[in-house]
Design a protein around this ligand. Sequence first.
Ligand code: NI
Length: 190
Amino acid sequence: MILPIYAYGQPVLKKVAAHIGPEFEGLEQLIADMWETMYHADGVGLAAPQIGASIRLFVIDTEQLDKDEKDKKDKEPGFKKVFINAEMLDETGETWTYEEGCLSIPRIRGDVERPPVIRLRYLDEQFQPHEESFSGINARVIQHEYDHIQGVLFTERLKPLKKRLIQRKLEDIRQGKISMDYKLRFYSGR
Ligand code: NI
């Protein structure tokens, strides 16, 4: 089932998400719905807070990006994975800039600096533990989704000038003054 994506301004996007255990009810269906929702919106990653669930779960498919790349040499191949209770162990290397976007913050993109190599501990959908290193675009997407379960949005990582430039657009999203070809859920709690 395609779920509505919670838009900028929703308090759930600013919460530190909770760990979950194998007893978490409906997890298999939730993961299936997140994949469907992500692909429907043409995303490469989706975190549970973006569908309103404040839990430490995100899904990523960077295999999609491999198709677009002209030069795949020296690049880590893409992957399709579920990450549960992820914990960032290390972020290393000289930071690099990449233009990020977010399904919860449509039509805004901006340069974010992040370290290129990460080491992550996480559980897969069978709750098997993994400790793994990622680099390049794979690391980048994980860092973005990991931020979501920490209650951080990429717009908070933009340079001060860029932040000011997008303020108006962000306010429009907060107020629901935007429509996309996927369903957004705006905050109406004020
Ligand atoms: Ni995002």
